[in-house]
Ligand binder design. Structure first.
Ligand SMILES: *[C@@H]1O[C@H](CO)[C@@H](O)[C@H](O)[C@H]1NC(C)=O
Ligand SMILES: *[C@@H]1O[C@H](CO)[C@@H](O)[C@H](O)[C@H]1NC(C)=O
Ligand SMILES: *[C@@H]1O[C@H](CO)[C@@H](O)[C@H](O)[C@H]1NC(C)=O
Ligand SMILES: *[C@@H]1O[C@H](CO)[C@@H](O)[C@H](O)[C@H]1NC(C)=O
Length: 481
């Protein structure tokens, strides 16, 4: 009896230990231009891209629990609090990996991979196939408390001549936010990761946040701080100036230039220190495993393998660990944070520059609108949806047929009906009224002053593995129920 009783106590103790191990991480929310945990502490991202084998392969790293557990332990020791995963398969079981990362205090930011790989900025689309692929990923991760949020699109706009495709990216994110809200999910942020294209920033950044509807965060993939660079030489001072007063969170969604020799990550001191930390919310280092592009913090041995024992790379892992250990900004507790930033004005059209005129009506699913420079009219688009909305299969070979029946209309959205935002845009100057002119003035003054400084020309250095990924989402819609 007595033995039985103490065994029960032991069982209770063991169970409660297990429970406390499994106790969930605080969810993260957006307040103004900052991220906060549930206790009101500002959250700064110390992230890594986690895509063993490279982004171009059909592999879901969040489906391999044993590997996740090994990696999570080393990441925790490095100081990582977030991973960005660029390719997942919605139908896989992610519970083991999600709890492995949660137990290590690590959040997960997920890309909607098929939107990233099926989007062509020269013939932009936002179709129900793309939509259903994205919502399947959202459904698969919505319930985890360490799901940080979602990235819709990575480096989709590659030059200014493609800037008029931006309205499709914004439309996708607005629709996905509507889906999130219609499902009653918590308001995890949904944003975009932009390439660092000379001349595109800050127009694109402002466009995605301007007007009546905004994306939830803006990520910049930026590789301009190479080797022993500086705040000014890297052009980070201009990034900072061009984001001062930005009213949604902004962070480095990929960073870590390798072309300056061994990486010492001195850029982290600028990002997490007083130069940038009142506006920027951290950085995601490209990338965890060393692939053929040579950006790794650890290696599993050979390239392009998806599993293995992680071996740390001293010049990268150790140097980043040292940098991050000294950089622990507390930011602004939510109790002391007063939101003063206002919605940016929508940038104006400039020939051979930013190609959208202010807050243009957003394209809707299967209903493209005429944009400046486009010869197609809204009515011709309507009569032939696929004329302006290329089938996904044309871009990706996903095998999703253009004949996919249209009975997949998700809850909460009426495909083909103009959503509320279209009605709002009848007044094209609404955002001039809504924006704060004094802010624009001060920002323009800053830029005018910067104009007299030597402006470092940003060169866009894309890791080779960033090239268009092979989608994992050729499965159809089975994850969407
Ligand atoms: C813009 O980028 C796209 C895709 O990389 C390319 O096809 C196109 O030629 C570029 N246009 C210009 C004007 O550089
Ligand atoms: C900041 O914005 C100005 C235009 O407003 C632009 O000329 C400059 O290139 C931008 N800086 C960066 C780093 O993109
Ligand atoms: C990492 O990748 C680069 C580029 O391919 C390669 O030169 C280097 O040897 C790799 N490092 C290790 C330790 O495997
Ligand atoms: C964007 O502008 C270019 C050049 O004016 C034009 O060829 C293209 O069709 C436009 N794209 C869209 C989506 O309107």
């Amino acid at each position: 009896m007595a033995i039985d009783f103490s065994w029960r106590i032991l069982q209770v103790v063991i169970l409660s230990c297990l429970f406390s191990l499994a106790s969930s991480l605080s969810t993260i929310s957006v307040v103004g231009s900052k991220f906060y945990d549930n206790d009101g502490n500002q959250f700064f991202i110390k992230g890594v891209v986690y895509q063993p084998g490279g982004a171009g392969i059909s592999y879901d790293p969040l489906s391999a629990e044993a590997q996740c557990t090994q990696d999570a332990a080393l990441m925790k020791a490095l100081g990582v609090n977030l991973i960005r995963v660029q390719s997942v398969k919605a139908s896989s079981d992610h519970s083991g990996c999600m709890s492995a990362f949660e137990n290590a205090g690590i959040y997960v930011l997920l890309d909607f991979n098929s939107f990233r790989s099926s989007f062509d900025a020269t013939a932009p689309t936002w179709t129900t196939d793309q939509y259903n692929d994205c919502t399947a990923v959202m459904d698969a991760f919505a319930s985890y408390s360490n799901t940080f949020g979602f990235v819709a699109g990575d480096e989709l706009i590659q030059n200014l001549s493609e800037s008029n495709a931006s309205s499709y990216i914004k439309a996708a994110i607005i629709d996905l936010k509507s889906y999130r809200n219609s499902k009653g999910y918590r308001e995890f942020p949904i944003g975009h990761a932009s390439a660092d294209v000379a001349g595109l920033i800050p127009f694109f950044q402002d466009y995605l946040a301007c007007g009546g509807e905004s994306i939830d965060f803006f990520g910049l993939n930026c590789f301009s701080w190479c080797g022993a660079s500086s705040f000014v030489e890297s052009g980070y001072n201009i990034l900072e100036a061009n984001s001062t007063g930005y009213d949604i969170p902004i962070f480095f969604s990929e960073t870590g230039c390798t072309s300056g020799g061994t990486r010492t990550f001195t850029d982290q001191a600028a990002i997490f220190g007083p130069d940038m930390n009142s506006q920027w919310s951290g950085a995601i280092i490209y990338e965890w495993t060393n692939e053929s592009s040579g950006f790794g913090l650890v290696t599993y041995g050979p390239f392009a393998v998806t599993t293995g024992t992680p071996i740390i790379l001293p010049g990268d892992y150790i140097d980043l660990q040292k940098e991050w250990a000294t950089l622990t900004p507390t930011g602004t507790p939510s109790s002391l944070y007063t939101i003063t930033d206002t919605t940016p004005a929508c940038p104006s059209f400039t020939s051979s520059g930013w190609l959208l005129s202010g807050d243009v009506p957003l394209p809707t699913l299967f209903k493209a609108v005429a944009l400046p420079g486009s010869t197609s009219s809204a009515s011709s688009s309507l009569s032939s949806p696929t004329a302006t909305t290329q089938p996904d299969s044309a871009n990706t070979g996903t095998g999703i047929s253009t004949a996919t029946p249209l009975n997949l209309i998700p809850e909460g959205l009426e495909v083909g009906e103009p959503p509320a935002r279209e009605m709002d845009t009848s007044s094209s100057n609404i955002y001039e009224i809504g924006s704060d002119p004094s802010k624009r003035t001060s920002r323009n003054t800053i830029l005018a002053e910067l104009g007299s400084l030597p402006i470092h020309q940003h060169t866009q250095i894309l890791p080779p593995s960033e090239l268009p990924a092979d989608p994992l989402t050729s499965r159809g819609h089975e994850g969407n129920s």
